[in-house]
Design a protein around this ligand. Structure first.
Ligand SMILES: NC(=O)c1ccc[n+]([C@@H]2O[C@H](COP(=O)([O-])OP(=O)(O)OC[C@H]3O[C@@H](n4cnc5c(N)ncnc54)[C@H](OP(=O)(O)O)[C@@H]3O)[C@@H](O)[C@H]2O)c1
Length: 432
């Protein structure tokens, strides 16, 4: 660390890496004026230098060998923007062992191997920061860690995956089936060629793991989260939701509940009058309730070159303060790995439910279904039948329930789908 200068190296000049390079070069003066620190982009490592990029890198050392950055004693901060697990994990751990701070947008890496990386960072007295890993350009991690530091975080409800939000929005607005909306999202650059991680809820779960660890000040294991994706949602469900005054959203939930944490990701019916229902297309939003502040809402672009780069550079600046305040007590905190969060199993959670069945149009169907629900202590709040959506002589019916235990709902459904008049492609959603 030289006087008031921070040297930065970027590994991976793809969408995000190019954005970071652009901010560091274009906003150099702005950052210096605001921080009194010169942020110097010293080197970039990238495998493919033939790729067309609209950026002037004549002042930057360009290489294909990441080790040239990782072993350079002059580089203070390594930005990892290659994504995936390997070689990203090896590069990040090597950087930390070489006493370099690391900034990454790699939520999969942080959510699944964060514990090892934080421990390596601590052993070497350096930091790994990851603002861009959740909510792209939205400063949610700094918001939780700093802006809301005076609060116990009671709840977080997040729309954290732009791809699934885009697909669900198109299904709602253009009356599309899931597969049609996914195809459109891929054609318009809002879904990857392999969208599995986004539509399965996995990506949102990576992000919820990170937010939950920060909010609870304890370590949350990604594997312990309850996760459902959006692939089972049909046009029929969208139309039912609309007719009942709801919008379907893939929601990530953090809730302090019964002395533990209720953490889950699943498609959810959100009342149209709620702010989260209005979060459309690829946008992200995170509602955070703290015990002193009450409800706060963070909203913005959850991905893209420029928003993600904006978040990464905010971490580089935070690290610069750390570097400059080396002898001081104040240091930017990250995730605490020494205490495990106590998760409440999904079976012990209560929710209101949306149940959609396709049934034969014969007398007594409803009595039998509601009888099973009653057997498990589940009461119905409303019921709708849309004959216009008849499929192969089966008619869809939807039941909304009052608050019920997840375990009871699971048992009741196992029994209901055994009725020969019920098709087995039912759908159960939670209501927010
Ligand atoms: N894109 C977004 O909007 C966004 C938003 C939030 C977070 N993120 C996260 O940011 C990370 C990067 O995403 P991205 O969209 O920028 O990915 P990307 O466009 O695929 O960029 C990755 C870049 O890293 C390069 N690379 C791969 N292996 C390398 C190696 N060993 N050494 C040097 N360079 C290497 C790739 O080169 P080749 O193409 O030649 O392999 C590519 O140029 C991911 O973790 C992602 O989850 C992305």
């Amino acid at each position: 660390m030289r006087n008031q200068q921070v040297n930065v190296g970027i590994i991976g000049l793809g969408t995000v890496g190019t954005g970071v390079a652009r901010v560091l070069l274009q906003q150099r003066e702005l950052l210096e004026t605001r921080t009194q620190v010169l942020f110097n982009l010293k080197a970039i490592s990238e495998l493919d230098w033939e790729k067309e990029r609209d950026i002037d890198l004549s002042t930057v050392k360009c290489t294909t060998n990441a080790d040239e950055l990782l072993n350079d004693p002059d580089i203070d901060v390594i930005v990892e923007t290659i994504g995936g697990f390997e070689p990203a994990f090896s590069f990040v751990s090597k950087a930390l062992k070489n006493r370099k701070h690391v900034v990454t947008a790699n939520k999969a890496l942080i959510a699944t191997r964060g514990r090892e990386l934080f421990e390596i960072a601590q052993e070497n007295d350096v930091k790994i920061l990851f603002e861009a890993s959740v909510g792209g350009g939205i400063p949610i991690i700094q918001g939780l860690r700093e802006g809301l530091i005076a609060n116990n975080i009671e709840r977080i409800y997040g729309i954290l995956n732009g791809t699934s939000n885009y697909i669900l929005t198109k299904m709602h607005k253009e009356n599309l089936e899931f597969s049609e909306a996914l195809k459109g999202a891929q054609e318009n650059g809002f879904a990857e060629a392999d969208p599995t991680l986004d539509i399965s809820g996995g990506d949102a779960a990576h992000k919820l793991t990170i937010l939950s660890s920060i909010a609870s000040n304890s370590f949350v294991s990604f594997e312990s989260l309850y996760v459902e994706g959006i692939t089972g949602i049909t046009k029929v469900d969208i139309n039912f939701a609309k007719s009942l005054g709801y919008t379907i959203k893939l929601l990530a939930v953090y809730r302090v509940f019964n002395g533990g944490l209720d953490l889950r990701v699943h498609p959810t019916l959100v009342e149209n009058k709620h702010l989260l229902a209005a979060v459309s297309n690829e946008m992200n939003a995170i509602l955070v309730k703290g015990d002193f502040v009450g409800n706060t809402m963070f909203y913005g672009p959850g991905a893209g070159e420029r928003p993600t780069a904006s978040a990464i550079v905010s971490d580089i600046v935070a690290l610069a303060y750390d570097l400059l305040l080396k002898d001081e007590k104040y240091r930017t905190p990250t995730i605490k790995t020494t205490t495990d969060a106590k998760l409440i199993p999904i079976d012990e959670i209560t929710n209101r439910f949306y149940l959609r069945f396709f049934t034969r149009d014969i007398p007594g169907v409803l009595t039998k279904i509601s009888g099973v629900l009653a057997e498990y202590g589940i009461s119905i709040s409303s019921m709708v039948q849309l004959e216009t959506h008849e499929k192969d002589n089966y008619i869809p019916i939807v039941l909304l329930t009052h608050e019920a235990l997840e375990k009871s709902m699971k048992q009741a459904l196992e029994k209901i789908i055994k009725f020969e008049f019920v098709k087995d492609d039912y759908l159960r959603l939670r209501i927010f």
